[in-house]
Design a protein around this ligand. Structure first.
Ligand code: GEK
Length: 283
């Protein structure tokens, strides 16, 4: 069991039904750079790993994580703000009227908020899918603060088997990395089948590099980035341990090969900051 203190309350990280923590919706601010007005300037700060924790707890997208998620992801993923802002811009170029734009592993809906403010996307169905009820509950509170939030539909589902229909854009920012590697090609094939030739997949992932020495350097730089964002060495080490065997990064080349096998005609990296890359794939 991994227990984390939040506001003097111990929350257990790997329990099925986390204790209820009532959060005022205004503290769930985006921190996402999506360009929409932020009703709350201060997202709840991620301190989930600030105190020494027993070993062996796996990272889970539970209520504790959902409560600090905007702060956690923006201080953990270098380039996150740019990726979210550009997701809307890229979607606007590919959106076809009356089709669906899916965000797979939508968390609190940052990518879809970026999409929803684009006029070219506003006549599409904007559908966010996540398999964590805790994340979707936080997303509902979060999106309710934005006028564009009304355009977004949230659905609970696993990206391994959720139905995807008649889409022109699919977004999967930092989610495939949590799916078992053996299942990833099937996920991409189902996405490809939901798209028409010329349509768009935006895929963002933590990656590894083929060269061990260079890979080590980028991991060290990522930890430097987290220190610069205010995380302590203890927080960095405990989060790394909790994500071991949960977040499974792969090389750029593995992603390119899989995208090709899944039927995408073209793909490349459109953005990379340290060991976090964003791919564009054309159906
Ligand atoms: C953002 N895209 O803010 N099916 C559905 N959802 C899943 C699955 C699955 N099999 N596995 C994990 N998730 C977001 C950030 S976070 C990335 C995405 C991170 C969900 C999980 O519940 C979580 O909400 C999300 O994918 C990953 O741009 O925390 O590093």
């Amino acid at each position: 069991m991994l227990s984390v203190p939040i506001n003097n309350t111990m929350l257990t990280m790997n329990q099925q039904d986390p204790p209820k923590q009532v959060l005022p919706p205004e503290i769930l601010a985006p921190g996402d750079g999506a360009g929409v007005a932020r009703p709350s300037p201060t997202p709840l700060r991620d301190q989930l790993y600030a105190e020494p924790l027993p070993e062996g707890g796996l990272f889970r997208f539970n209520e504790a994580v959902a409560s600090v998620f905007p702060d956690m992801i923006s201080r953990s993923v270098p380039g996150y703000t740019t990726v979210i802002a550009m997701t809307g811009v890229m979607a606007a170029r590919h959106a076809r009227a009356n089709t669906a734009i899916y965000d797979l592993g939508c968390s609190l809906g940052a990518s879809l908020l970026s999409v929803a403010k684009e006029p070219a996307c506003q006549n599409c169905k904007l559908i966010g899918i996540d398999n964590s009820e805790a994340m979707l509950s936080a997303a509902r509170s979060h999106l309710a603060q934005f006028p564009e939030g009304k355009l977004i539909t949230l659905e609970v589902g696993d990206i391994a088997d959720v139905a995807l229909d008649d889409a022109s854009v699919v977004i999967m920012n930092y989610t495939l990395q949590f799916v078992p590697i053996a299942q990833r090609e099937a996920v991409l094939k189902r996405i490809r089948q939901a798209l028409m030739p010329g349509d768009l997949l935006i895929l963002s992932e933590k990656i590894t590099l083929k060269d061990n020495e260079l890979n080590r350097r980028l991991i060290d730089l990522h930890h430097d980035f987290k220190r610069q964002q205010g995380y302590s060495d203890l927080e960095i080490a405990q989060k790394r341990d909790a994500l071991e065997n949960v977040l499974l990064p792969e090389t750029r080349e593995a992603h390119f090969d899989r995208l090709k096998h899944a039927g995408f005609s073209q793909c490349d990296v459109w953005f990379q900051c340290l060991n976090f890359a964003s791919f564009i794939a054309i159906a």
